[in-house]
Design a protein around this ligand. Structure first.
Ligand SMILES: C[S@@+](CC[C@H](N)C(=O)[O-])C[C@H]1O[C@@H](n2cnc3c(N)ncnc32)[C@H](O)[C@@H]1O
Length: 387
């Protein structure tokens, strides 16, 4: 069935939201203020999803997406809107998500931070095996917007300039690889997850060791802004201990924790730990490394080492932290400062609700960072203080 409606706002994820007879419909590609014709694709009791058929009156914010693959590729959700408006909507999504879930003084939510680039900011890309038969080599592609099809591309506007060469070559995966990650090293060379290799990467003036199969932040300029925010908090708090959970190669411990007398890093990846050791040693930082899963290593550590002067940084993967770990923080004694850095706003809110549930912390500040321009994703930092 087709519907005609006027779009009111862009919700988290980038869909336009409009109403027909009081019922909410989410429409990908539709912009606020636009009257659109759409076909209902999924009709639930309280809301529905619809596919945009025609924009009947376009918004002045609407742009022609510069990428020729945008309709089929699943990577970008905001190419059809001016970047300044994308930023405005993303900040509003953060404000609304908190207003609906966690009571917080809105002035504690800071304006969204942006980097200098709206395109070509990615330091790494992931391409996927396309052939079902894993006995044979397979060409590589991005996953399509429908989450099932593959998109073979010649260039990607999000990828850094040096990565464009990756799309020009025909790669084939080995029998057991399902995907391959390509990254840019400090010298401009491309390293891939096919290799088992340490490489150097530069963040502002600092060189780090990273691994071809491990994590490193993708948007370096915005990561630098995150580092500066962490440094500001550290300057205010002056912690005697900097505890970096999900520390990766130790980027934040090295750049923001170096003033603390003690540094503790918790990380499970063998690739990251190898680099972490080098990154701490090169800087002669007094760091102790706890290998393994944070949810197993950290609670025991804390119970034997509670200290008021600790600042705990959490930077987990997209899935966030476990319920048990969040509950541990909710009840922990002497946990003076926690900074939670999340790449998924809804997961951050889910975890904060548990951490705040015992009433032992207050939110000091929330800072959104547009780490992934033109996509639905954003990074959010939450600083909590025990009261
Ligand atoms: C989002 S990255 C953050 C890394 C680091 N803070 C940085 O900026 O480079 C998450 C890191 O957590 C690690 N990790 C994922 N699950 C973990 C777990 N349960 N316990 C410990 N480390 C984990 C990953 O290997 C990865 O290095």
């Amino acid at each position: 069935m087709n519907i005609e409606l006027t779009i009111e706002k862009l919700v988290f994820g980038g869909d336009g939201l409009g109403f027909v007879d009081g019922k909410a419909y989410f429409i990908e590609g539709a912009l606020p203020g636009e009257k659109v014709l759409a076909r209902i694709t999924n009709d639930k009791k309280n809301y529905g999803k619809a596919r945009l058929i025609k924009v009947l009156s376009p918004s002045p914010e609407r742009l022609t997406p510069p990428c020729p693959y945008v309709q089929s590729c699943g990577g970008c959700q905001y190419q059809h809107i001016r970047y300044t408006d994308e930023l405005r909507w993303k900040e509003l999504q953060v404000r609304e998500s908190f207003a609906q879930t966690i009571r917080i003084d809105p002035t504690l939510i800071q304006p969204i931070r942006q980097g200098p680039r709206e395109y070509h900011y990615r330091q790494s890309i992931t391409l996927h095996r396309t052939a079902k038969n894993n006995q044979k080599p397979s060409p590589l592609a991005f996953i399509g917007r429908d989450n099932r099809s593959f998109v073979f591309i010649q260039n990607c506007l999000l990828a850094g300039e040096s990565l464009q060469s990756v799309f020009k070559e025909l790669h084939t995966l080995g029998k057991y690889e399902t995907k391959r990650v390509f990254k840019i090293a400090e010298n401009g060379a491309i390293v891939s997850s096919e290799e088992d290799k340490l490489y150097r990467i530069r963040l502002a003036d600092e060189l780090f060791w990273a691994h071809s199969r491990g994590f490193f932040q993708n948007n370096l300029e915005v990561t630098q802004q995150v580092v500066e925010e962490l440094q500001n908090i550290v300057e205010m708090v002056k912690p005697s201990r900097f505890i970096d959970l999900y520390s990766g190669v130790g980027t934040f411990a090295a750049l923001a924790g170096s003033q603390a007398q003690e540094i503790f890093c918790f990380e499970e990846s063998i690739y990251a730990v190898e680099c972490l050791k080098r990154n701490l040693k090169e800087r002669q930082l007094p760091g102790a490394i706890f290998k393994g899963r944070v949810e197993q290593t950290f609670p025991n550590f804390w119970l034997g080492n509670q200290k008021e002067g600790s600042l705990v940084l959490l930077d987990p993967p997209r899935l966030g932290i476990t319920y048990d770990l969040a509950s541990f923080f909710a009840k922990a004694d002497k946990m003076k400062n926690i900074i939670y850095l999340a790449c998924d706003l809804q997961i951050l809110i889910r975890d904060l609700k548990i951490i705040l549930s015992k009433g032992r912390y207050q939110i000091k500040t929330i800072v959104p960072f547009d780490m992934f321009p033109r996509t639905k994703h954003l990074e959010v930092l939450a600083w909590l203080e025990q009261i």
